[in-house]
Design a protein around this ligand. Structure first.
Ligand code: BGC
Length: 692
């Protein structure tokens, strides 16, 4: 096919027909394919900002909190089926950027603060999506961790940090799940736009990771089409009326661009079209499939719900005839997703108010408690507060639903602080003083600061932005029909000043310096032994679990593999789910390493009293650090420790393991060995200075 195309036709394949379609080459029988957002449901536009209805699944931060690759795979497959039925060949998701700061406006679109959790779940998403034939697009490569200044900021990240944190999730997804597309990010990485960064798009992505698919630009992020093509960017989206296609043709004719580079990209586009075309053929969704998707969205939302604190007030007993005050506007006008390109037109939605009323009838009294979403969030309406206090005083328990207003979490800009709106904070303080047991439900796509009221609440539930079934799912959890299956994929800090990027975010003069290096997320709080409000990995169940009989085998010198096994027992009286988290405390190395890092995890569901042996394998990379001097992953010989726990701060068992080098492998260069190089460099530098 490629050989039969003219240069103009090949160039035309390399930019969009419009906002969503690739260009066809009708003469040669090459059709166009349709790309849609993503990632939490299909946003198949029919006209600008109008899209077909689709099931709105829980957003990525909620999916991240499930710690459940099988579930994420099922959700992505359901989205893929809906995409195919709407004629969509490629979905623009998953988003797997690391949550470097809780302020990032797009955190609801990202899975976690941790590269292993993001990578494992991102790969599951891609597998599920592509099982339907629809192509997945992993985005945004790379270091797109804030929205402020995203079109011009340069993320200044040292290579070790890139490799260990910001590229690691992409590497896992690309090498284990083979997404059809990778999307480059808006920002620059170390000074070079991602869309035209040869180190990123060719050296790392293709030469090292073996990526075979196509690279698509983020929408309107190509600054120099020819440079981008040379760097490895195949498809520019959306189209700009063929203007840049002509630039490509001119560059080839002028001898400035090798036609082989155009051929290479055109071939990738032809391969993409070929691979995804069959997905949409004959796809229809009947009502039973849609009902299944709804049920899946509900199960996923319950499985994402994190029970942060509980003195036993939850689950509520529907038979106890308790009078419940349901306070908070979000209980009636649910927030199910964030703003921007990920916004889905939901097939329907029902609120926690409706869900509880259906179950408990007149026992539930609803009052808004704080002003509507788009009112000034700082405005405190005393009438609303007084009415809420009255209702709470007259009730056996209160459920208070609070969270970030809709306009606060969005693509395109960041949050300015970690605070809940002042009106909600005042409401919580006043209600906490009533003495009625309070169940506080938080609706947000990323961490918020939990104020003084936190200590007085009987239970605190992080419900995320959990999609169209958020209301019924929350009722399932509060009434104990579902175990709160979620665990935090991001730390809830005590205050903004404690967060890893605080002193270098959002950057200055066009540069965001990632000064905290590899100490991101739990790595930061653990290295600094800081108190946090709720640690990474935390989440309670309605039952209890015991971990016993941890066995850690010897490291295989060749592969670096280490087998790990332990027994998990549900010691409580109800069925429930738990997430076994395996952290490695590394052996001493010539570089600063976090005290422990998440390396593996497994979600288990156990009946009351049931035990299960959980087996996992750690590998070379789980003990290694990235050695920039040799350009490779190095493991340092010595004693490391494998610890298992229920969160990064609730470590239950640990066993030492001897890290050994592969036979014949040289140990990483020591500082003393590196010194001559450093001296030579500084001698050169003095010479350069002298000459200057
Ligand atoms: C976003 C992408 C999205 C694209 C298409 C961009 O603004 O950054 O994530 O896929 O728009 O809507």
């Amino acid at each position: 096919m490629l050989a039969s195309l003219t240069l103009e036709e090949k160039a035309s394949l390399l930019s969009g027909l419009d906002r969503w379609r690739t260009k066809p080459v009708e003469r040669a029988g090459v059709p166009s394919v349709w790309l849609s957002d993503g990632p939490h449901g299909v946003r198949r536009e029919t006209e600008p900002d109008v899209s077909l209805p689709a099931t709105a699944f829980p957003t990525s931060s909620a999916l991240g909190a499930t710690w459940d690759p099988e579930l994420v795979e099922q959700v992505a497959a359901a989205i893929g089926r809906e995409a195919a039925a709407q004629g969509v060949h490629v979905m623009l998701g998953p988003g797997i950027n690391i949550k470097r700061t809780p302020l990032c406006g797009r955190n609801f679109e990202y899975l976690a603060e941790d590269p292993v959790l993001s990578g494992v779940l991102g790969a599951a998403y891609v597998r599920g999506m592509q099982s339907t034939g629809v192509g997945a697009t992993v985005k945004h490569l790379a270091a797109n961790n804030q929205e402020n200044g995203r079109h011009w900021m340069s993320s200044e990240v040292d290579e070790r940090t890139l490799r260990e944190v910001y590229l690691a999730a992409f590497e896992r997804v690309v090498t284990t799940a083979a997404p059809r597309l990778v999307m480059s990010s808006y920002n620059r990485v170390n000074g070079v736009h991602s869309s035209q960064n040869p180190w990123l798009l060719t050296h790392v992505l293709r030469d090292e990771w073996g990526f075979q698919g196509a690279v698509v630009s983020d929408w309107i992020s190509v600054h120099d089409r020819v440079a981008a093509l040379r760097a490895g960017l195949d498809l520019e989206m959306p189209g700009v009326d063929g203007v840049t296609d002509a630039e490509v043709v001119v560059a080839v004719r002028a001898g400035e661009l090798d036609e082989a580079i155009v051929d290479r990209a055109a071939l990738r586009l032809l391969a993409l079209v070929d691979a995804v075309l069959p997905a949409v053929q004959g796809q229809v969704l009947d009502d039973s499939v849609l009902a299944d998707h709804r049920a899946l969205a509900r199960r996923a939302a319950a499985d994402a719900t994190v029970l942060l604190a509980n003195d036993g007030v939850l689950p509520l007993d529907p038979a106890a005839a308790q009078r419940i005050a349901l306070i908070g506007r979000f209980a009636d006008e649910p927030r199910i997703q964030g703003r921007g390109s990920a916004c889905v037109n939901p097939r329907g939605q029902s609120s926690i108010r409706e869900a509880l009323a259906a179950e408990l009838g007149d026992l539930v009294t609803y009052l808004p408690g704080y002003p509507a979403h788009d009112d000034d969030p700082a405005r405190i309406d005393e009438h609303l507060v007084d009415a809420a206090v009255g209702a709470v005083r007259g009730s056996d328990a209160a459920i208070v639903v609070v969270g970030l207003p809709d306009h606060v979490e969005s693509e395109g800009y960041d949050r300015t602080d970690l605070e809940l709106p002042a009106a909600q904070q005042v409401l919580l303080e006043v209600l906490a003083a009533t003495g009625t047991p309070l169940v506080v439900v938080l609706v947000s796509g990323s961490a918020v600061r939990l104020g003084e009221w936190h200590g007085a609440a009987s239970a605190v539930v992080q419900a995320w932005l959990a999609g169209q079934e958020a209301g019924p799912a929350l009722a399932d959890v509060l009434l104990g029909r579902a175990d709160p299956g979620g665990r935090l994929g991001e730390t809830f800090p005590l205050r903004l000043e404690d967060t890893p990027a605080h002193l270098s975010y959002p950057g200055e003069r066009g540069r965001a310096r990632y000064a905290e290096g590899v100490f991101v997320g739990h790595r930061w709080y653990d290295a600094r032994r800081m108190e946090v409000r709720h640690p990474f990995g935390h989440g309670l169940s309605y039952t209890t679990f015991d971990y016993t009989a941890l066995e850690v085998g010897a490291m295989d010198p060749e592969s670096g593999d280490v087998p790990v096994a332990l027994t998990v027992t549900n010691t409580g009286g109800r069925p429930g789910s738990d997430v076994v988290q395996v952290y490695v405390e590394p052996a001493a190395a010539p570089v600063a390493r976090p005290p422990r890092e998440l390396k593996a995890f497994r979600k288990v569901r156990l009946e009351a009293g049931e035990s299960r042996r959980v087996e996992l394998t750690l590998s070379h990379r789980d003990f290694a650090w990235y050695d920039v001097d040799s350009g490779s992953w190095a493991r340092s010989a010595g004693i490391a420790r494998v610890v298992v726990g229920r969160s990064s701060r609730d470590l239950r068992l640990g066993v030492d393991v001897e890290v050994v080098l592969p036979p014949g492998a040289a140990a990483p260069a020591t500082d003393a060995e590196l010194e001559p190089r450093a001296l030579a460099w500084s001698a050169g530098e003095s010479e350069r200075r002298r000459v200057r």
